[in-house]
Write a protein that binds this ligand. Structure first.
Ligand code: NDP
Length: 246
């Protein structure tokens, strides 16, 4: 039977590539979208035309109750979740001087609380069944910090701690927990950066002198989801064109 993969934020740049890759490998793929997202039907129709049969559920990953209700509905309608990709995330960049509580909280709850909110209703079932993959999408900026991103860097760094702690707790139960830390990937989140800033400030930081591709991150998610990756846990795998090595 096909394994079931839940990818949060599958309608975003990275998430869509992950959904497509996992579906192509035979996983039954379910995704979530923000309750305010008005483009769900369009996305489902487009991906259906591409040959995919994705299921999509509304979920505010930043909200604990919404996450519990979403996972319960998926388990009831489709079945237990074998692979969880915590991918949904936002940025609200500003220097610390301008950072207010609203933008701090929004980024912390969407990027870090979300990982707890979504993993909580999924992890016990994985442990009981003796098999599971939890993959958290962090960022190079959670590893090294970034100007104007005290909120985002803190939230993503928190994901690394969460990953390692949970990996220890479930290590003997067939469940792996890993973090992927992408550098700059050519999705909407990055393409919103003005071209002159990309050319003058961002590309010079990347030894490969290019942005990463969503498909390259999706390939890493596919590996960590696989049987072959059974001995990889608590890892933080960088995928950043050489921008940051640690
Ligand atoms: P996008 O902005 O393209 O997609 C983000 C996704 O997150 C969207 O699908 C969005 O859903 C979802 N989302 C945001 N807030 C919520 C919420 N409260 N509840 C549910 N879903 C939500 O970003 P990317 O694809 O570029 O980023 C994906 C992940 O990769 C993020 O965690 C990001 O931090 C990380 N990352 C990205 C990098 C890059 O260069 N692009 C680099 C490093 C890390 P909806 O559209 O329905 O609102």
């Amino acid at each position: 039977m096909a394994r079931i993969a839940l990818v949060t934020g599958g309608m975003g740049g990275l998430g869509e590539a992950v959904c497509i890759k996992l579906a192509a490998l035979g996983y039954k793929v379910v995704t979530t979208y923000s309750p305010s997202n008005k483009k769900v039907e369009e996305w489902l129709a487009t991906t259906r035309d591409m040959g995919f049969d994705f299921k999509a559920y509304p979920c505010d990953v930043a909200d604990y109750d919404s996450a519990q209700a979403c996972v319960a509905a998926i388990v009831k309608d489709i079945g237990p979740i074998d692979v969880l990709v915590n991918n949904a995330g936002i940025t609200r960049d500003m220097t610390f001087k301008k950072m207010d509580k609203l933008n701090w909280d929004a980024v912390m709850s969407t990027n870090l609380d979300s990982v707890f909110n979504m993993t909580k209703p999924v992890a016990d079932g994985m442990v009981e069944r003796g098999w599971g993959r939890i993959i958290n999408i962090s960022s190079v900026n959670g590893q090294k910090g970034a100007f104007g991103q005290t909120n985002y860097s803190a939230a993503k760094a928190g994901v690394h701690g969460f990953t390692k702690a949970l990996a220890l707790e479930v290590a003997r139960k067939g469940v792996t927990v890993n973090t992927i830390s992408p550098g700059y990937i050519g999705t909407k989140m990055v393409m919103e950066i003005p071209q002159d800033v990309l050319d003058s400030k961002i590309l010079p930081q990347i030894p490969m002198s290019r942005l990463g591709k969503p498909e390259e991150v999706a390939g890493l998610v596919a590996y960590l989801s696989s049987e072959e990756a059974a001995f990889v846990t608590g890892a933080n795998i960088a995928i950043n064109g050489g921008q940051h090595m640690s």
